[in-house]
Write a protein that binds this ligand. Structure first.
Ligand code: PLP
Length: 377
């Protein structure tokens, strides 16, 4: 079914087309100058020391685990209200995800108090996820990490150029990870970026993204070297220059797009201000957000109608989603530690994600809210 109002819409135009054609005509289509240019732009836009372009965010999270030396049997605390990749990365290295609850229905990020309660002698790291582009309580989380000698990884997939106290999300912990999947704020189809201020971690990530080889094909093609050694067990996690060229155009557009999304959010907040059965999380969030998605939460009175409300919206041509089915409820995660996730489960049962993208018009927001008010009574 084609929706009149999809959940997300790409903001591509002739600039992306030209960028790709330029790369094709250059005849260098795998990792090369465009990937380096995108990395340099990230360092500049995000005010961070090092950026490593990658195939996607899932592998960025995996490399984060590897470069931070997270190993078999280590415990890593993370939210359950996230995309499954956040937790999968922990399992890739044989470590154990330990799920922490969210703060509440006004703030769907990981609760620092819950993190504190879950720490054991095996805990080695915390992965936070800046839900919808709204920052986690980073000061408290960094203080806990320092107290217990833990690493902090930011899954910042939802929050490119979002901020916390003047710093860009993804540059606050030890490592930050971004996704450029097609529905993300910055879209290249597939793609990802690892950010860090630690030069050793960046060097290790660069080595591991390309089979642990000491030189890249592009260096050899340009005559900068003629051979290579393999010094670590690495992977092929490289981004190609076709996608990097899309990323360059997308990053240049990002600030303006986020301003448009801010207006869309204001329009939603205005329309939903006094609707009895619907609350809007992050209403008074003090820091700049990318507004990657727009979630609303039904009150308990109408919770049982959530799926029916979504069906009716779909029939009205409006696509919705749920961000996210909690990871601890998935079959393969059933045995993991997951005590005390009552807020996550309660919020999940009442969540609906409404369409959000920069070009969503005020009229469309009014239409979505009109339908939502009709169905959620
Ligand atoms: C919070 C979060 N983490 C990780 C990922 C994985 O990103 P990718 O699809 O680039 O591997 C996503 C993407 O959907 C995400 O939203």
């Amino acid at each position: 079914m084609d929706y009149n109002i999809p959940l997300f819409d790409l903001n591509y135009d002739e600039q992306e087309e030209k960028a790709v054609v330029d790369v094709l005509q250059s005849k260098w289509i795998s990792t090369g100058p465009r990937s380096s240019e995108l990395e340099d732009m990230f360092c500049d836009y995000f005010n961070v020391g090092h950026a490593v372009s990658l195939t996607n965010c899932t592998v960025a999270l995996h490399l984060a685990m590897e470069v931070l030396n997270i190993q078999k049997g280590n415990e890593v605390i993370c939210p359950s209200l996230t995309f499954v990749a956040t937790a999968n990365a922990i399992k890739y290295v044989g470590a154990i995800p330990v799920f922490a609850d969210v703060k509440g229905e006004d703030d769907l990020t990981i609760d620092p108090e819950q993190i504190r309660k879950l720490i054991t002698e095996n805990t080695k790291a915390i992965i936070v996820m800046h839900y919808a582009g709204f920052s986690c309580e980073m000061d408290e989380i960094l203080a806990i990490a320092e107290e217990h000698n833990l690493k902090v990884i930011e899954d910042a997939c939802h929050g490119p150029l979002s901020e916390y106290k003047g710093k860009k999300l993804g540059t606050i912990g030890d490592v930050g990870c971004f996704s450029f999947f097609s529905n993300k704020n910055l879209s290249t189809g597939e793609g990802g970026m690892l950010l860090t201020n630690n030069p050793d971690l960046a060097e290790k990530a660069k080595l591991l993204r390309s089979h642990g080889m000491t030189t890249m094909s592009y260096n050899r093609a340009k005559g900068h070297s003629t051979s290579y050694d393999v010094v670590a067990l690495g992977y092929n996690y490289r981004m190609d220059d076709i996608r990097a060229s899309l990323g360059i155009v997308q990053l240049k557009k990002l600030r303006a797009d986020l301003e448009k999304r801010k207006k869309v959010r204001f329009a939603y907040e205005r329309e939903l201000k006094s609707v009895k059965n619907i609350t809007v999380p992050f209403k008074n969030h003090p820091y700049f957000s990318s507004n990657y998605i727009f979630p609303v939460i039904l009150t308990k009175e109408v919770e049982k109608n959530r799926d029916e409300i979504r069906n009716l919206l779909h029939k009205s041509g409006i696509q919705t989603s749920i961000h996210y089915p909690p990871v601890h409820l998935f079959d393969i995660y059933y045995d993991e530690k997951d005590e005390g996730l009552s807020k996550t489960e309660s919020v999940y049962n009442r969540l609906i994600t409404l369409p959000m993208y920069g070009n969503l018009s005020e009229e469309q927001v009014e239409y979505i809210c009109k339908k939502l008010k009709e169905y959620a009574v």
